[in-house]
Design a protein around this ligand. Sequence first.
Ligand SMILES: [Zn+2]
Length: 91
Amino acid sequence: MNKTIKTRRSRLCADCRQQTQWHQVSHEFEREGLRVRISGILAMVCSNCGAVSYLAGIPDKLLAAADSLFELMADRHRGALRAEPVPAATA
Ligand SMILES: [Zn+2]
């Protein structure tokens, strides 16, 4: 479920130089057999080659969020743990 979002101007694809588009994407992390999935991340996606790029600082935040989720899972929350920001309803 990728929604096209019109917001800030997107960059050109680093791989094929096509204009990317803003989408909400999800990212999965796997560690020692455990998986977490973070969805609703705003990212620039190339419609030509599918390359995904994030704004500066976002990958670090995703990694920090994943670290916290893995810690939660290690602490008895085994199974499907998912982080999903819910957008506020727009008027
Ligand atoms: Zn591309």
